[in-house]
Ligand binder design. Structure first.
Ligand SMILES: Cc1cc2nc3c(=O)[nH]c(=O)nc-3n(C[C@H](O)[C@H](O)[C@H](O)COP(=O)(O)O)c2cc1C
Length: 196
């Protein structure tokens, strides 16, 4: 790997990137949704089993449906955003093991073990959610991740007939800087770290 990335890149990915509550009118294209997936899919997951399944709500009807199942303050953000994605997790993710991790038979690690399934699905789809945020930033888009919604209702409305469950949702678009809150504390190393 060549040297460290420039300050501009680190700012865009981390230091100046924000969680947005509103967006400009500039639309997000379907090609950009593909670009995000084609980056985020390279983020690591346990045994490469990548449990996340993404449902991209781009039509007003689907955004309205999702907004109606979300908390009061989140609903308006979803309705107005160019897109909102449901980051779901496939609770039978291990069935794709032969394709995704052919080195070993992973099915016995999970089949019938609800605790192992739930832990791995949540951990790894959450990681993929983070890769989604960083991939969106990397192509110049902004996100507004949210967990304030009725998971069971969203599962019934969007994921019926599948073994998927919602993890979290995120708006997506070109962030409107007037909609961000003041940056909250990000403590120095000593506060939350220990080198042993
Ligand atoms: C998993 C997750 C769930 C969140 N849920 C909500 C939410 O329901 N409503 C909301 O307004 N913000 C929500 N946020 C946004 C956070 O409050 C925000 O990312 C955090 O304060 C940092 O803001 P910054 O990225 O602008 O520094 C959520 C963020 C994450 C990552």
């Amino acid at each position: 790997m060549a040297g460290i990335f420039s300050d501009d890149v680190l700012d865009a990915l981390f230091r100046k990137a924000r969680s947005y509550n509103g967006y400009t009118d500039q639309p997000v294209t379907e090609a950009q949704l593909h670009q995000i997936w084609d980056l985020m899919k390279f983020g690591p997951t346990a045994a490469n089993l990548m449990p996340a399944r993404l449902i991209w709500c781009v039509s007003q009807a689907e955004k309205d449906k999702l907004a109606a199942l979300s908390s009061g303050t989140n609903a308006a953000k979803i309705r107005k955003a160019p897109a909102t994605v449901i980051i779901a997790m496939d609770m039978e993710f291990y069935e794709k093991g032969p394709m995704l991790f052919p080195h070993a038979d992973v099915r016995p690690w999970f089949a019938g073990n609800d605790k192992a399934i739930a832990g791995s699905a949540f951990r790894n789809s959450s990681l993929q959610g983070a890769y989604f945020i960083m991939a969106a930033r990397a192509i110049g888009l902004d996100t507004g991740p949210m967990s304030g919604f009725d998971n069971d209702a969203v599962d019934a409305a969007f994921l019926a007939g599948t073994n998927y469950k919602s993890n979290f949702i995120s708006t997506l678009g070109y962030g409107d800087p007037s909609t961000v809150f003041d940056r909250l504390p990000r403590p120095e190393f000593a506060e939350f770290n220990k080198i042993v």
